[in-house]
Design a protein around this ligand. Sequence first.
Ligand code: HEC
Length: 212
Amino acid sequence: MSKLLIALLLCATPLAYAHETALTKVAVQTDLPTMERGADTLMNNCHSCHSLKYIKYRDLMKLGISKQKVDGWRGELGLDTPLLAQMSESDALQSFGTAPPDLSLMTKARDGGPDYVYSYLLGYYLNASGVPGNHIFPETKMPDPLGVSGTSDPAQLNSIKDQARDIVSFLNWAADPQQSARLRLGYYVIGYLLLLTFLLYLVKNQIWSRLD
Ligand code: HEC
């Protein structure tokens, strides 16, 4: 009897947990077209409320996005201005009762990382009485930014999923813009060490060849 109970408990606990918080996996991309689409959607759908204070307009150009596009986003702002939200924090507090958090490090800040942000953005639904809710963050004060709760058309849903993937990919870059440079440096260092090892091996052979 007690064995049965334990078995039941073991089965039931992960299931209940998975149902409450299951995150959808997102295939994070790193190619330039995805970054550009992600940045575009973010500037149009998120930037009114959210800042990316550790990212400057110049960083977007370093990433490879065209100057023309970046100029369109920044308007009169200098290239070294961070991406600050259009809405002031006090206005946001008044409208939502809580300040929209900075998104620069968001994919690192939450358990589940990119999967969490992706699932949260796509987690909106309308309940039976038409009130919006969110499966991942039920008490969130953020209004459904991609309009997923009002959509039932599969083609439109797919395009919203693509948008969410692009935004999350962009945010994943934003959380660590130096990553690709660091990786490249790592390869150089390893290549250098291999070459050095090989040369030292030749030197060692040379020296020991004099001894019989
Ligand atoms: C109308 C304003 C507004 C827009 C537009 C908006 N957000 Fe938010 N967002 C908020 C507010 C307010 C919160 C704080 C929610 C809370 O803590 O209840 C928030 C919270 C978040 C969080 C943190 C959730 C958490 O776990 O704390 C993420 C991630 C996020 N938003 C991403 C986005 C993305 C990506 C977009 C664009 C697709 C976006 N938001 C558009 C207002 C907005």
